[in-house]
Design a protein around this ligand. Structure first.
Ligand code: F6R
Length: 453
């Protein structure tokens, strides 16, 4: 089993082919399987074979190997890719996340980078890639086993969508002291350093990056610190303008996304302070960051991110309010009011989730749609892009998210009669007056015959 990418697999494959090895696929995974088989033929020891092979690999990977003659022994290796061991009674487990075994054991073993672990039902031995022994770090999983069950829903994703009010409520829990002041106990960067921050760069991928884009509007408004949001894989391959007064905030549900991890490491090399907003305790990104703000969404088992997204926005807002309070700007005094409003969100979410009949009806009519547009302004813009991502990922329907103000600069050409368009409409009471502008966008789109419900 292999997770990740072996970057030098092509040259490894060429030398195996030259040795007469026959392949049944074009994958990098098969290359590793042949390499492990050949190393095992030399040493007769699977752990040793794994150790010999990982030394030749480049990239980020988790590998698991089993010998057909000894099915009770599993050897695994990790480099910049997730792997956690579950320690049971007469049984041990491996998974990329504790959710994989939480129904069987609450004891887990955290592995470091570049380590190999060999498990049998009764033993668990860890070594480093260079062969030196290691212990790993045992810990108790605090997530409730019930959180990893479907609770009567048909799918984990449906359950996790309905978990959203809890995810927001739990992420807000315990963030104020007896005087109503925000306290972030996971914050290990000094207050003095945080006061000196002159720029924030948020790095993340996919849905987490859209959460970061939502956060940018709030953090800039509240703190007056400039905030950039960058896809982690773009950030790490350019020469970003970063120094010790930059706070690089990574957002990741899993805490293991290789691109985000590499961006955090790159930021540290450049001297920035790093803060991780993460949902998975003990995962690599928070472990390698200077400070952590955990989202308390509980395990997200479905592949598509849902409840983690709202928890990430909540945690980013807490960070923004905290910085505003700490820096004592005019907004710091309003932090309590905003927090109060945030506490009201879970009830609003529950109301919405309690009435999904209309959503199901619209989905029924759209089942054969080939392409959908999502439009929004201000925070509605990243929300539109997240909507498009979800539709692509889950329904395999082509979708695009645009800033509604951009419509007249090109995308309006796509609006033909019958084209479905979802529009995120800001509240009429929003101070920025954007409600009216989005309503005129709707009129423009309707005039072109877009489908509407
Ligand atoms: C989309 C989705 C992905 C993740 C992205 C980052 O539904 O799940 O776009 O958001 O791969 O993953 P994390 O948050 O674990 O770093």
């Amino acid at each position: 089993m292999h997770n990740g990418i072996i970057e030098n697999f092509h040259s490894l494959r060429q030398s195996l082919l030259a040795d007469g090895v026959e392949f049944t696929s074009e994958t990098d995974t098969e290359v590793v399987a042949h390499l492990v088989a050949s190393a095992y033929a030399d040493s007769g020891d699977l752990t040793r074979a794994m150790q010999d092979v990982v030394g030749t690999l480049e990239g980020a990977f988790t590998l698991l190997a089993v010998h057909a003659d000894a099915p009770n022994t599993v050897v695994a290796a990790r480099r910049n890719s997730p792997l956690v061991v579950g320690l049971g009674d007469g049984e041990n487990f491996m998974g990329s996340d504790v959710a994989a075994f939480i129904g069987h054991t609450r004891k887990a073993l955290e592995l470091g980078q570049d380590q190999i672990v060999t498990i049998t039902p009764d033993s668990c031995d860890v070594i480093n890639f260079d062969g030196t022994p290691s212990e790993g770090k045992a810990y108790d999983v605090t997530w409730d086993a019930a959180a990893a069950e479907k609770d009567g829903y048909d799918t984990f994703m449906e359950k996790e969508i309905h978990d959203q009010p809890h995810a927001v409520r739990d992420t807000l829990l315990g963030r104020t002291d007896e005087n109503g002041q925000l306290v972030l106990d996971e914050m290990s960067i000094t207050e003095q350093d945080l006061r000196g921050i002159s720029k924030i760069v948020i790095v993340a991928c996919g849905t987490a990056a859209y959460a970061g884009m939502v956060a940018k509007y709030a953090i800039e408004r509240w703190t007056r610190i400039p905030v950039e949001v960058e896809l982690a894989h773009e950030f790490r391959y350019r020469d970003p303008v970063i120094d010790e007064n930059t706070l690089v905030v990574s957002i990741s549900q899993s805490g293991e996304t290789a691109d985000t991890l590499m961006a955090v490491r790159h930021a540290k090399e450049l001297g920035a302070r790093t803060l991780s907003i993460c949902n998975t305790h003990g995962s690599t990104i928070p472990r390698e960051s200077d400070a952590v703000l955990y989202t308390h969404a509980g395990p997200e088992i479905a592949v598509a991110s849902t409840k983690a997204f709202v928890a990430q926005i909540t945690a980013s807002y807490i960070l923004g309010l905290y910085l505003a309070q700490l820096r004592g700007g005019s907004f710091g005094r309003n932090a309590a009011e905003v927090l109060e409003e945030l506490h009201g969100i879970p009830a609003k979410m529950s109301d919405l989730l309690g009435n999904l009949a209309r959503v199901k009806e619209i989905a029924y009519f759209m089942a054969d749609t080939r392409s959908v547009l999502f439009l929004g302004r201000h925070v509605g813009f990243p929300i539109a892009m997240e909507g498009a991502l979800k539709l692509k990922e889950l329904a395999y329907i082509h979708a695009e998210g645009f800033a509604a103000g951009e419509l007249k600069h090109g995308p309006i050409a796509l609006i033909e009669p019958g084209q479905p368009v979802f529009i995120v409409v800001p509240s009429p009471s929003a101070e920025n007056g954007l409600h009216g502008k989005v309503v005129s966008n709707i009129q423009e789109i309707r005039a072109r015959g877009a489908a509407h419900w």
